[in-house]
Each structure stands twice: as structure tokens, then as C-alpha cells.
Design a protein around this ligand. Structure first.
Ligand code: HEM
Length: 149
């Protein structure tokens, strides 16, 4: 099994990075949609329905599959011999940050349901602040895999 992972290393990494791009696109865009939704749209209108549809499709059709693919290909890389040295700091920094990113994803999914049920409690300003979370985590993750400190 580890031989196969080694042979396919570059292809697996390609698919990992492509999945990461799709996942991150959603993680950056969904909070922006929430900002517009809460600041510009009245509950119960056609525009409200349209925003809910956009949010549902973005979350279910793009973000969920992209997150799963990122994890599957990422774990294949973890189990590829010679790639991760757990005595270094970077795999731990990356592991902590991807778990936090996954938590942020789930939190966004819960907020999407709040909008769908007409029960959003957060303001546009709060969603703007939350929008910075994936940016900060991405910085740590990319530095971890590139600098390998
Ligand atoms: C979700 C769980 C994830 C796991 C288990 C995982 C694991 C890994 C592993 C083991 C590597 C191989 C490093 C190497 O070849 O030296 C890698 C590469 C990479 N990962 Fe992840 N990763 C995950 C999520 C992410 C996320 C969320 C991002 C970006 C925000 C990301 C960005 C990258 C990049 C850019 C590379 C290529 C680095 C290079 O080869 O130069 N990964 N990942």
C-alpha cells in the first residue's frame, strides 16, 4: 500500500491542492454571502430565497465534497513513506490548523441552517470578522508545508 502511495505521490498531491483550492474558495465566499444576506436582504422575500439557494448549493455541492477530497488526499500524503516527520513542528502546526479549518467549516454550515430557518443572530460586522479566520489559518497551513519548520 505504501509503495502505491509513493508511486502516485505527485498525482495525489496535485489532487490535494486542487481540492484545497475549491474548499478555500467556498470558505472565503460563504461568509461574504452571509454579510450581504444579513445587511441587504429582508427575510421572507424572493431575494432571501435566492440567497438561501446560493448558500445551500455552495455549501453542499462545492464545500462539502471539496473538504472530503482535501482530507482523503491529504491523509494519503500523510501515510506516504518519508513525507511527514512528526518530530518536526510543521506537521503539528498543520494538523492543528486543518482541524480548526474543519471546525470553521462546520460552524459555517450551522450558520447556513440558521439563515434557512430564519434564525440568524449574527450581524454583518461579525461575519466580516469571521471572514478573517480562514485567511489566518491558510497562512499557517501554507507556511507549514512550504517552509517545513
Ligand atoms: C484536511 C487535512 C489535510 C491534510 C491531512 C493535509 C496533509 C498534507 C500533506 C501530508 C502534504 C504533503 C507535504 C509534502 O509533500 O511535503 C500536504 C501538502 C500540501 N497541503 Fe495539505 N493537508 C490538509 C489540508 C490542507 C489545507 C486546508 C491546505 C491549504 C489551506 C493545504 C495545503 C497544502 C499545500 C499547498 C501542499 C503542497 C506543499 C508542497 O508540496 O510544497 N492542505 N498536505
Amino acid at each position: 500500500m505504501s509503495d502505491v502511495l509513493g508511486d502516485w505521490y505527485f498525482w495525489i498531491k496535485t489532487l490535494h491542492v486542487v481540492s484545497v483550492i475549491a474548499w478555500m474558495a467556498g470558505l472565503f465566499y460563504l461568509p461574504r454571502l452571509f454579510v450581504y444576506h444579513v445587511e441587504q436582504v429582508k427575510a421572507g422575500t424572493e431575494t432571501d430565497d435566492m440567497f438561501q439557494t446560493m448558500e445551500r448549493r455552495l455549501f453542499r455541492a462545492i464545500m462539502q465534497p471539496a473538504m472530503i477530497a482535501t482530507w482523503v488526499f491529504g491523509l494519503c500524503l500523510v501515510f506516504t513513506p518519508g513525507i511527514v516527520d512528526w518530530s518536526m513542528a510543521w506537521p503539528w502546526a498543520k494538523a492543528f490548523s486543518v482541524l480548526a479549518m474543519t471546525g470553521f467549516h462546520e460552524w459555517m454550515g450551522a450558520r447556513r441552517k440558521d439563515f434557512a430557518n430564519g434564525r440568524n443572530l449574527l450581524t454583518g460586522r461579525q461575519y466580516r470578522i469571521m471572514n478573517e479566520v480562514p485567511t489566518l489559518l491558510m497562512l499557517v497551513i501554507v507556511a507549514s508545508v512550504i517552509v517545513k519548520f
